[in-house]
Design a protein around this ligand. Structure first.
Ligand SMILES: [Mn+2]
Length: 190
């Protein structure tokens, strides 16, 4: 079974192209136009063992980052297909220096997002905190997942978001794993 997706999305605000291979080795080619997002999405590919190729262009930071969340979420949902045999749930606790982040997720086909990043309302490198929050919202919605993200403690803003992306990646790595040949739901459908 090939678990890949290729999506191109063009609106009057943004143009995004992505290819995703869930069973890759973490290879990535990321160009969002924003150095901090490139850094975060490379981490996501590397630590989830997913190959991600992404190119984004657009008018405003807010639009581009929100739409990357949409397209990346759609790609995960598409690549997971009918979700036959997947582990479905994943969780990870990841430290980064003084920060500890937790991510717990369920590829449930329903969106819920619980997000507590403990971030000050400021810019992190070339991205605003608001945009980071929008990213997780669009990602959870379009990947149709239950996503619970908490920064348990920490000081540095960059460390908090980086630990969260690594935790998300490790949780995805666990949840996407093929462990049986059944659809993991008592309803027989996900
Ligand atoms: Mn960093």
């Amino acid at each position: 079974m090939v678990r890949t997706a290729r999506i191109t999305r063009k609106t009057s605000e943004t143009e995004i192209e992505i290819t995703l291979d869930l069973d890759g080795s973490g290879k990535n080619e990321i160009d969002t136009g924003f150095k901090f997002m490139d850094h975060m999405l490379r981490l996501l590919a590397t630590h989830s063992n997913s190959d991600i190729k992404l190119k984004a262009n657009g008018d405003l930071t807010h639009h581009v980052i929100e739409d990357i969340g949409i397209v990346l979420g759609e790609a995960f949902n598409k690549a997971l297909g009918d979700k036959k045999g997947i582990n479905r749930y994943g969780s990870a606790l990841i430290p980064m220096d003084e920060t500890l982040a937790r991510c717990v997720l369920d590829f449930s086909s329903r969106k819920t997002l619980i997000l507590d990043l403990r971030l000050k309302e400021c810019d992190i490198e070339d991205v605003a905190v608001e945009d980071v929050k929008h990213f997780f919202n669009s990602f959870a919605e379009n990947a149709k997942m239950n996503l619970h993200i908490h920064v348990l403690y920490g000081e540095d803003q960059h460390h908090k978001v980086e630990a969260v992306f690594k935790a998300l990646a490790r949780a995805i790595k666990e949840a996407k794993k093929i462990i049986s040949d059944e659809i993991p739901s008592t309803k027989g459908i996900l």
